[in-house]
Design a protein. Structure first.
Length: 412
């Protein structure tokens, strides 16, 4: 979006303040520039040459502090695409200044080459299992870091594929499973549960060799690398003869569905992206549409609440499906949480680069969880699982974070 088009879009904001009620960063800070209306005002002042758009510290700070949760967008009476405007500005910053070194190492160094996450997982597991972490915990050293890291699995999902994938005779549907970076390496129990649930319900599963979906790169404005990753994934996915592309990570699913917008000026990849987009479906939506089974005798009592990931509820537009599934599981009592669809403050690596704001947003979410008096906090995004799990550990809150498919797999 060029400057004139950006300014014209911003002028649609009528400054009503509706965004204040739903913006997580505004709710915890009360700062006008931490809400869509204030952020848009800063950008407008830059576009009108009242501030230096590219070098004003306040613009840079408040633009990068946005969670990109899109709560303001879906509640805006004027439909101002604030997240899009902020993403375009971040893209401009990245083109002018390059990525900060920490993001360059994390995003281009690791997630762009997701096999490099393997030694990270193994070293972290060694740290956790060797006793080093336990000693440091007792000594009170690095408490936040120790609480942030979930328990690393011994094997990734890919390590176990030969043992997990089965031949399904006369499958009801043939599906491809988009195995995200975080699920594969850090939450492999989720990936295994997804595959097991699908196969137990007579769906044939293939797991293509793919790269990172590009979410970290997109959020930081590194569009060049985002496109490289997207092209690779589109070429791989478009060649598969499957009925659906299943996602158990709301972030990955939402980003896959945005590939067509990414290539709006590239006819070849736009066409491919639209084909792929129409096949991408959250596992809860897929199971509700095509069927799944539950063991009626497995009715262990459990009180749960559900946290809506931002990319799920506002990206994939998935809200009712996971709740319908939970309500149909014997023994499960679903108790709704206040502000269930408000961001948890994780937002990928946001908690690393903006820890103070992230923690304040998280505390609000945890207070709402405590008010439900449930023992299990269910969600459908590994980034949310990491953030929420950290919160429970860091604040010594009783309970556990589970992915929806983990519960389903146990109830088969």
């Amino acid at each position: 979006m060029d400057n004139n088009a950006m300014l014209e879009t911003i002028l649609k904001c009528n400054r009503c303040g509706t965004c204040q009620d739903v913006c997580p960063t505004y709710q915890v800070s009360g700062d006008e520039f931490s809400v869509a209306r204030g952020r848009l005002r800063l950008i407008r002042m830059g576009l009108e040459n009242k501030l230096d758009l590219n070098n004003e510290p306040d613009i840079d700070t408040f633009i990068n502090q946005c969670l990109l949760c899109k709560a303001c967008e879906v509640n805006c009476p004027s439909s101002v695409p604030t997240a899009k405007l902020i993403s375009d500005l971040r893209e401009n910053y990245t083109k002018l200044k390059g990525l900060p070194i920490a993001k360059k190492v994390l995003y281009r160094g690791l997630f762009s080459h997701n096999h490099r996450l393997i030694p990270i997982r193994k070293l972290t597991r060694f740290y956790q299992k060797s006793g080093i972490q336990g000693v440091l915990k007792v000594a009170g050293v690095f408490p936040s870091i120790n609480n942030l890291i979930p328990e690393m699995p011994k094997f990734s999902v890919k390590d176990r594929l030969q043992d997990i994938i089965k031949n399904i005779p006369n499958p009801k549907k043939k599906v491809a499973y988009f195995l995200g970076c975080s699920v594969n390496q850090f939450f492999s129990q989720v990936g295994e549960a997804t595959i097991n649930v699908l196969q137990a319900n007579s769906y044939s599963v293939t797991v293509p060799e793919l790269l990172c979906c590009g979410a970290p790169h997109q959020s930081s404005g590194d569009i060049e690398e985002f496109k490289r990753l997207a092209k690779y994934n589109l070429e791989k996915l478009s060649g598969l003869e499957v009925d659906a592309i299943i996602v158990d990570c709301s972030t990955c699913g939402s980003i896959l569905k945005e590939y067509d917008e990414l290539f709006k000026d590239d006819l070849k990849y736009k066409e491919i992206a639209e084909i792929v987009k129409n096949k991408v479906v959250d596992i809860s939506v897929f199971l509700l549409e095509w069927g799944y089974k539950i063991n009626p005798n497995n009715d262990n009592k459990m009180k749960v609440t559900f946290h809506d990931p931002c990319h799920g509820v506002r990206g994939l537009k998935v809200k009712d499906a996971p709740r319908e599934i939970l309500k149909k599981i014997p023994g499960i009592e679903l108790i709704e949480m206040k502000e269930a669809d408000m961001c948890c403050g994780g937002a990928g690596s946001y908690s690393i680069f903006h820890p103070k704001i992230s923690r304040k947003v998280l505390e609000r979410k945890l207070n709402n969880f405590n008010d439900t008096n449930t023992s299990v906090l269910v969600t459908s995004c590994p980034a949310c699982m990491m953030q929420l799990g950290y919160g429970l550990r860091n604040y010594s809150i009783k309970g556990e974070v589970r992915h929806l498919v983990e519960i389903l797999a146990e109830k088969l």
